[in-house]
Ligand binder design. Structure first.
Ligand SMILES: *[C@@H]1O[C@H](CO)[C@@H](O)[C@H](O)[C@H]1NC(C)=O
Ligand SMILES: *[C@@H]1O[C@H](CO)[C@@H](O)[C@H](O)[C@H]1NC(C)=O
Ligand SMILES: *[C@@H]1O[C@H](CO)[C@@H](O)[C@H](O)[C@H]1NC(C)=O
Length: 914
């Protein structure tokens, strides 16, 4: 009998939990690994699948796997499958595989989860059950990194040097406060499942994401599926270069994803960018990236997905792809996606060998792996733009301004014409008869000659080029081949090498090219951009004299960033920006007046001519060295740093507790009151007798609403911090205090640009109607709350426009705002309001506060029906006897549920209690 009962309940459980797409589950058999399951969208039996862009297939798989009838419905799966018809129309959910946070924006989300643990524990539920519902990586790289290195320095100072009184004292205070946040992060990494923290001083978010966290294929609970990510970092889009769909989101979206809610987006249009033709030999990765970016910028693809295809794709290395993907903000695409192919696999061989077999067979099984040469695999796109890689001309710029681009093939011709032209950006006006002058001079006992166009300074600098090592490697390999071919650089030329970081030196050395660079005179002179300005050492006097004697236009060639760094030296009149390998080439040639196609770079020891094409490394050579030495060595170094941690981080004490031990004295981390009075069921009833906290006009942005920038000395937040015995010097910014709701709530509507019609002037104040007093918005809200008045906000058109700010919805919620009545809302902000349990209510078309003759001083009652439905008309009654209608802007039952529960946070907490 007992047995039967158990069976029954199991059956009932399974029945309830049956996944609507069970029939799509397949099993992956691989040699080494245990069988793994996956959802195979091809089993839908719909021919449309193979026509979908690869990026849309990723969205589809996620919708299938996450289909639960609440957050994701079967209809959503159908809509994505019908992408060709419904693109740009249907709203769809997307549940990324993981979330990427950086410390600054990540703090509020983790503080909320810690608070949720307290709340469920108070209700007798095991707080261990509260964890992010998807893997969350937090990388401490922003604000705290600098402070952290200061801290390490400070600790060292304490050990080795006597104290230096007050200056140190202040520093100590500041550092101890940062320690609070670091300790919180470390506690999170121990207490929560699905949270990992990369400690400070390891690497930047995007580097760690690219090199360490990316998996292409994720695995959870026996299922494999494509990796995808949303991150609170603007470089998140880089990851699309590796076939991993992902983009940047605001703090509140990332928090919602951690709580299990999908991101909502309009089914995107996908522009296919077809790469054809082959890349000119002399073009470097930087030329390619800038060239493709220029095409995309002209194409106008704002808000769309871009997906690359065509035979040219295989010519781009993984690093080229991530760099192109990183440029998304320049052309406003949401993502620039490169489906996984052989190149991607080769890249991952260096970083995650063990998973490769599963990765490849899974992606092939669901048609997420592609060969860009096979046209039959090309999906349908919303539109196609074609970029011919032939059209990407390697070029240099100069002789005076960075915007004066000169194709390398025309360099000689262009320089000669500059000699003729009258003095200007492109002219030196050298009389014709003097253009061929040769000036002999002695240098270290040998005679040389200088002429117009002679190179006297050649500087290889890696500033912005860092992220794409192939460019520096090309220079290194060129130096190696040139040296081996017997070429040299004339000793009077001031040559130098300034790698952007120690990492660049490391991989140049690891790949064996550093000695060749230094044999040609390109010795490491130091790090950082300060060296971009050149001028490391003065030119030899004999060279200066020769230039003066012949009134020569001598040249400097340097590989700076896109910005011209000013003149290198008074007597050097022509300065060109060129890629690092071209700097090496021009140094060897000794002149910019050379046509590389027709003229040799120089003669070897046997007097034989050596051309540039003889010593220029092929793309394959460079990519090979890059994958083997650079990627592998960067990855190894990073992994060992992450595994080792740092002594400070490792030695930092954090409690092993399940609940976070909030420090009541902390002014950075506080338990937010989102869960106060959490009971099992809650149905926010009608809104009775609400006061209008604010009466606003059109286009109130999230910058007006949310706390931002520094904390004004005269403000509610300042009063609070002073009550905690902080001096204004110690206030720090609102950004740094995101983990303290008390500061953030006081900073809500504290913008000096706020225009509130209740006070008739600009400023962060409002009228407390019952007393007639003018108060800080926070103080008025506090009084209303104390006296039991709910609050609403009256607003005009486009309420909440501007970029996504997490506290723009959290702040008003904590001020006691229950509804915003506006003429229209910015969509994203409206979603945030719903997520925080604030009702977005819209005036009927044609109506607004003025047409209804509202003063903002009346009280408002809004009765809600038992059965609240999306887009419902409600009646608002005012204390002056007026009545008007508004429409709820809830889009679905999910929105209604969030409102009923007082927001997503309470919704999730309460689902634990039930
Ligand atoms: C961690 O995330 C996975 C999704 O990858 C989820 O299935 C699992 O339930 C989460 N773990 C916990 C303890 O919440
Ligand atoms: C990108 O969007 C911004 C703001 O929406 C706009 O100002 C800019 O012109 C857009 N750029 C392109 C290339 O579409
Ligand atoms: C280059 O590597 C060699 C051997 O691995 C090492 O001895 C040398 O110090 C390195 N040089 C630089 C500049 O890093």
């Amino acid at each position: 009998m007992k047995k039967l009962h158990v069976k029954c309940s199991v059956f009932v459980f399974c029945f309830c939990a049956a996944h609507p797409f069970n029939h799509l589950i397949d099993t992956l058999q691989t040699e080494k690994n245990k069988a793994k399951k996956y959802f195979n969208p091809q089993k839908l039996g719909d021919p449309k699948y193979e026509r979908l862009p690869f990026s849309i297939r990723v969205l589809l798989e996620a919708a299938i796997r996450k289909c639960d009838g609440f957050y994701v419905k079967q209809e959503d799966v159908q809509n994505i499958l019908n992408w060709e018809k419904l693109q740009n129309e249907a709203e769809i959910p997307f549940s990324p595989a993981r979330v990427l946070l950086q410390d600054f924006t990540g703090i509020p989300a983790l503080v909320d989860l810690a608070a949720m643990r307290d709340a469920v524990a108070k209700n007798g539920i095991d707080p261990n059950l509260i964890n992010p519902k998807c893997p969350t990586d937090l990388i401490v790289d922003h604000s705290l990194q600098i402070d952290f290195s200061k801290l390490v320095g400070f600790m060292a100072l304490l050990l080795h040097a006597p104290r230096q009184e007050t200056a140190l004292k202040n520093q100590e205070m500041e550092l101890i406060r940062n320690k609070e946040r670091l300790q919180f992060f470390k506690w999170c990494s121990k207490a929560f499942k699905n949270v990992s923290v990369v400690p400070p001083d390891i690497g930047s978010v995007h580097q760690v994401n690219l090199e360490y966290l990316s998996r292409v294929v994720q695995e959870s609970e026996g299922f494999v599926f494509p990796d995808s990510v949303v991150g609170t970092d603007s470089h998140t889009t880089m990851i699309n270069g590796l076939g991993i769909l992902g983009w940047g989101v605001g703090g509140i979206e990332s928090e919602a994803v951690m709580l299990g809610q999908p991101v909502s987006l309009t089914l995107p249009q996908v522009v296919g960018c077809k790469l054809v033709g082959s890349i000119s030999t002399l073009a470097t990765s930087i030329d390619i990236v800038l060239g493709i970016t220029k095409h995309l910028r002209q194409a106008g693809i704002s808000g769309k997905f871009v997906e690359f295809f065509g035979p040219g794709v295989s010519q781009l290395s993984a690093a080229d792809r991530t760099t192109i993907a990183n440029m998304c903000p320049e052309y406003n695409a949401t993502v620039s996606f490169f489906p996984v192919d052989e190149t991607t696999l080769k890249h991952f061989k260096q970083t995650s060998k063990d998973k490769l077999e599963v990765m490849e067979s899974y992606l092939k099984a669901v048609k997420l792996f592609r060969s860009s040469d096979d046209q039959a695999e090309d999906p349908h796109y919303s539109e196609v733009i074609e970029v011919n890689l032939n059209s990407i001309m390697p070029s240099v710029s100069g002789p005076k301004r960075p915007q004066d681009r000169v194709p390398v093939t025309c360099m000689k011709e262009d320089f000669l014409s500059c000699l003729n032209e009258k003095v200007g950006f492109k002219g030196f006006h050298i009389p014709r008869e003097k253009q061929g002058i040769l000036v002999p001079f002695q240098h270290e006992g040998t005679e040389y000659t200088l002429s117009h166009g002679s190179v006297v300074i050649a500087a290889v600098i890696s500033c912005t080029n860092n992220c794409n090592p192939s460019v520096m490697l090309t220079a290194g390999l060129l130096a190696k081949k040139a040296k081996e071919a017997g070429l040299t650089v004339k000793p009077y030329i001031r040559t130098s090498l300034a790698p952007g970081s120690g990492m660049v030196t490391h991989y140049l050395n690891a790949s064996g090219v550093l000695p060749y660079l230094s044999q040609l005179g390109f010795e490491v002179i130091g790090y950082g951009c300060a060296t971009c300005v050149g001028n490391t050492a003065p030119l030899p006097e004999s060279v200066v004299d020769a230039i003066k004697e012949g009134d020569l236009v001598a040249c400097g060639v340097l590989s700076g960033s896109r910005h011209f760094e000013g003149r290198l030296c008074d007597c050097v009149r022509a300065n060109y920006l060129a890629s690092p390998p071209l700097v090496v080439a021009y140094a060897i040639a000794g002149t910019v007046g050379i046509d590389f196609e027709k003229e040799p770079l120089g003669l070897n020891a046997e007097g034989k001519e050596v051309f540039l094409k003889d010593v220029w490394p092929s793309k394959e050579e460079v990519q090979d060295v890059e994958e083997h030495t650079v990627v592998a060595s960067i990855f190894r170094a990073l992994r060992s740093r992450i595994q080792k941690g740092s002594p400070f981080w490792n030695n930092m004490d954090v409690p092993d507790s399940v609940l976070f031990p909030w420090d009541p004295k902390s002014t950075y981390i506080r338990c937010p009151p989102f869960f106060s009075k959490l009971v099992k069921v809650s149905v926010p009833g009608s809104i009775d007798n609400a006061h209008a906290l604010l009466f606003l006009g059109n286009k109130v942005t999230t910058d007006h609403i949310s706390p931002a920038g520094s904390i004004a000395r005269i403000s509610a937040a300042a009063k609070y911090l002073q009550s905690k015995r902080l001096t204004p010097r110690e206030f720090n910014s609102y950004g740094a205090r995101r983990g303290n709701d008390a500061v953030m709530t006081r900073g809500t509507f504290a913008s000096i640009k706020l225009q509130n019609r209740l006070i008739g002037k600009t400023g962060p104040k409002t009228l407390h109607v019952p007393s007639g007093q003018m108060l800080d918005v926070f103080e008025a809200a506090e009084r209303y709350q104390r006296d039991g008045f709910p609050l609403i906000i009256l607003a005009g058109k486009e309420y909440g426009s501007g970029s996504s700010r997490d506290w723009a919805a959290k702040g008003p919620y904590l001020l006691g705002v229950r509804a915003v009545i506006a003429e229209s809302f910015e969509k994203m902000h409206k979603n945030h309001l719903v997520g925080m349990g604030i009702a977005p209510l819209q005036f009927l078309p044609g109506q607004n506060a003025d047409s209804l003759e509202l003063s903002g001083k009346e009280r408002f009652s809004i009765s809600l029906p038992e059965e609240l439905t999306p887009q419902q008309e409600l009646t608002v009654l005012t204390s002056t006897g007026k009545s008007f209608s508004v429409v709820t802007l809830f889009e679905n039952e999910m929105d209604v549920a969030f409102y009923r529960h007082g927001g997503l946070l309470k919704y999730v907490a309460r689902s634990m209690l039930q």
